[in-house]
Design a protein around this ligand. Structure first.
Ligand SMILES: *Cc1c(COP(=O)(O)O)cnc(C)c1O
Length: 387
């Protein structure tokens, strides 16, 4: 009999989650009742941030984040090639130009040195970015304090893609509370806290929050302070900007609220598993995730890179792991190498660190309910195949 399948990630749905969603289904509100606001309030409090705005998914959050920061035709946005395609697509949605900053081989995040050098060049040529989207890959926060110094010097805004980093912190501050002008989280089913599909964008900036709230809901407002004309009655609303239907439903928010009560417990469970992988894989031909003492990862992913000493290449190893019923994955195919971006003029060799990482990378199973026995099976299979 084949061994049970071990997925690379697995959502954790408790009886309390199911009860919360059931209660919501029986309530008066499926979409825009009080629970959405409550989820936003609790999420904002947990991340020590003034405003949290729930949205239908993180891609929508990145889109309205760009728009609220003024991105449009003629704008320039930079992001990391080692991310999901949304981190770049959001700029293209707005008609802006996109470019990439290569990754740091240690953090696998946007390289601070590459960013600094690219900004110096851009400054000389007079074409600085308007928005930079650093991505907290695997849940490890980027060098955000240093990036903020650069943002203030060169006049760009930081839209942090923390889709992996719910519950992470940097220099003692929760992700989203400091440095970035706005920060995006994903609640897709494979992410840390899930609402099925869903996302949140947080900011300390009151004016930005107001724009984001308008953009996620048709650009329509009933707020007296925002109306441009005198109200015509209790039914009155105005469309003051072009917005989208990017709202999060109350059904989703009820699940999110219930999930959030286990966030800290999950982060600790993920970290324990990551620590154990570090020890168990130490003698194998694998480059493990680097550790930094100024930031706490949320451990969304545990990604190794096969070294020169491995007996097989990544493609062969991936196939052998899957054949052994272990759900490994690869994050990410560098965005600039996708056919769509190649057509925009990007070449594979332009961002060599992200490509070198991709060629050897493999994400191995990591989820809060993973048992030591499951983890041992993953490790033994990897060691037998590669060492
Ligand atoms: C998942 C993810 C997204 C997109 O999130 P959705 O909620 O599915 O739209 C964007 N960026 C990164 C880094 C992601 O991992």
């Amino acid at each position: 009999m084949a061994d049970e399948f071990i997925p690379y990630s697995r959502q954790d749905i408790s009886d309390a989650d199911i009860a919360a969603v059931s209660a919501q289904l029986r309530s008066d509100f499926l979409t825009q009742g009080p629970v959405g606001g409550e989820f936003e309030r609790v999420f904002a409090e947990r991340h020590s941030v003034r405003h949290a705005i729930g949205v239908s998914n993180a891609t929508a959050a990145l889109h309205i984040g760009c728009l609220a920061m003024g991105v449009g035709p003629g704008s320039l946005v930079w992001t990391s090639p080692n991310s999901f395609v949304s981190s770049a697509n959001c700029a293209v949605f707005c008609g802006a130009e996109i470019d990439f900053v290569d990754t740091d081989p240690a953090t696998r995040n946007m390289s601070l040195d590459e960013l600094t050098a690219k900004l110096e060049t851009a400054d000389r040529s007079g074409r600085l970015p308007d928005v930079v989207i650093p991505v907290d890959f695997s849940g490890l926060p980027c060098d955000l304090a240093e990036m903020r110094v650069l943002a203030d010097r060169y006049g760009f805004k930081i839209l942090e893609d923390a889709s992996h980093a719910t519950g992470a912190s940097y220099k003692g501050e929760p992700t989203g509370s400091a440095h970035a002008h706005a920060t995006v989280f994903s609640f897709h089913a494979v992410k840390i806290v899930t609402t099925g599909e869903g996302g949140m964008i947080v900011t300390q900036d009151d004016a930005l929050a107001e724009k984001l709230r308008l953009l996620r809901s048709h650009g329509v407002t009933r707020d007296d302070a925002l109306l441009q004309r005198v109200s015509e009655g209790g039914w009155y609303y105005e469309m003051v900007d072009l917005g989208w239907n990017y709202r999060l439903t109350d059904l989703q928010s009820a699940l999110g609220l219930s999930q959030m009560t286990r966030m800290d417990e999950w982060r600790e469970a993920r970290e324990r598993l990551a620590d154990r992988y570090d020890v168990l894989l130490a003698d194998g031909p694998f480059k493990r995730p680097a550790r930094f003492n100024d930031r706490v990862s949320s451990w969304h992913l545990y990604a190794v890179e096969l070294t020169q000493d491995a007996r097989m290449g990544r493609a062969e190893m991936f196939a052998a792991m899957r054949a052994a019923n272990i759900g490994v994955n690869v994050h990410y195919i560098p965005i600039h190498t996708q056919p769509f971006y190649e057509k925009l003029g990007f070449a594979r060799e332009q961002f060599p660190n992200s490509v070198a990482y991709y060629d050897h990378a493999m994400s191995i199973p990591l989820f809060p309910a993973m048992t030591a026995a499951q983890q041992d099976r993953v490790v033994e299979t990897m060691m037998t195949l590669a060492a």
